[in-house]
Design a protein around this ligand. Sequence first.
Ligand code: ADP
Ligand code: MG
Length: 615
Amino acid sequence: MSTQNIEKHEFQAEIKQLLDIVIHSLYTEKEIFVRELISNASDALEKLRHLKITEKEVFDDNLPLEINITTDDKANTLTIQDFGVGMSKDELTQFLGTIAHSGSKQFLQAIKEGGEKNENLIGQFGVGFYSAFMVAKEVKVYSHSWKTDEPGHVWSSDGSGAYEIEEVEGQRRGAKIVITLQDGEKKYASKDTISEIIKRYSSFVQFPINLNGEKVNTIDALWLRSKSEIKDEEYTEFYKFQANAFDEPHYRLHFSADAPLDIQALLFTPKTNPERAGFGRIDPAVALHCRKVLIDPKPKELLPEWLRYLKGVVDSADLPLNISRETMQDGGLTQKLGRVLTKRYLKSLAEEAKKRPEQYAEFFKNFGIYLKEGVAMDFTYRDDLAKLLYFESSVSEKGKTTSLADYVSRMKDDQKEIYYILGQNRESIESGPYLEGFKARGLEVLFLYEPIDEYVMSNLGKFDEKGLVSADQGDLKLDEAPASEGEPLSEDDAKALCSWLKNAIGERVKEVKVSSRLIDSPVMALSPDAMSSQMRRMMRQMGQENPMPVEVLFEINPRHALIKNLNTQRQSNEDLAKLVAQQAFDNALVAAGLLEDPKDMVTRMYQILEQAATK
Ligand code: ADP
Ligand code: MG
């Protein structure tokens, strides 16, 4: 063959970077490359199966849809061939030489942001093809596209920085990957080794895999078999295979239905949440099948977005076989299918929460955020989802959670609303001034720790006909508190003190009044509108400048020594009393998360200390 037709190309810079990571630090298990190449072969065959339905002409039309693997321990090679869609010259350059496809892009992004801390998660990205270079001295990809009008090509590279492409005669449709192994990796040229690896990672591939001419997999659509025949290990293996996962499923749901649609579904809830580990937004991954034939591995329109963490398979004989990935969107059928699945899955979660609360709590810790997203964004399932929310509360032990329904079952006879409060953690809520008024009246308060929680509550508005109310809201009416200890200021004194305070603090406060909620603390700040002050603080922390001007209500506890002393002092030493008033107000703002600028507070504190030290 003349060498004039050989084209040399450099890999894109990102690919070089990627290759470097893949070769040197990605997988501890190098054997994974076999799985990656088989999964590419299987993808290529799936794509061809679809093309055969939609296209008039396909190159090498009568080739079987299968994967042929050969080992040669003399030549020290491993060959993986499929009769799938293949790649044209442009596609070889684009798919194997640039970062165009999503998997690798996401992967690099994740590596940059999250580091290499979690190998399991990294594995889920399937940087696929390049993993061959962990064991290869050289990789050659012989390929002929399914399109008839272009000749075959061979792509070759040693993985160092460049690759070559050359035209070749006599190629069959699909791709044939020939790996010449590095000296230290000769075991991958042994039939037994490869056979074992296929069993471990690829036994669920939906096309025949022949190893040196012998079929090695059983093509088994696990989801179509009856539950009673399937062992736990088979489910777990299938999950790992199908979701490209390294963890075990936390829950699995295998069910079938025939009305309103024919459905066989196998849904897995993972143990780990990749979004929480900083790996960016995940794609939906419940694959859609029709009578075992894969229609779309990542259908966007099937399930609601907040269920994007689910893995698994749905098979419906009611879907038209020739439905293409592009036309799926306008199929109301897929949405209908999605609704049935969603309802069924939520029901199973509700059952799990009842039957095995601890396991559910573990699930909720990792994936509760998605359910909350659902409550906030998706009206359709709001009521079902609300029942699945769990929070700590003022009556729960630290670390234990309660559902809204359980809260309602504990409500006092005359209690009409469900109270909650948002804070950084249990300690900061319990040490703040807001809880005491509720405690004294025997009212339970839910503790919310995540900014989205309050958003969820205000979107939900009600649960079981009971309003959801933030405990640091200004216009909250509570019943008369049981008499607490200590003589309060007289009503007149208290009134006079309030108007004096209003003056002393100035325009930073909207109104000062005697509190009906304070028991142990001297003062508290409240925001009059629905957005709680904690929410504001969190919004500010998330980088939002001044999320709406704040009008602060200031409440005082007329039984507290500080307040009583202040009332005396304002008549004997008004200058100092003013400083104390300002300081008490700032303290309340701090507890409410409303203090914008602590600078004045520090200066003032020194002035107070100075006077305290001279007396
Ligand atoms: P991914 O499979 O996640 O897309 P890979 O690195 O495994 O990433 O593969 C890159 C791309 O190369 C694939 O998306 C596909 O377009 C192409 N490709 C790889 N192997 C084959 C094959 N056997 N047949 C056809 N195309 C392939
Ligand atoms: Mg791949």
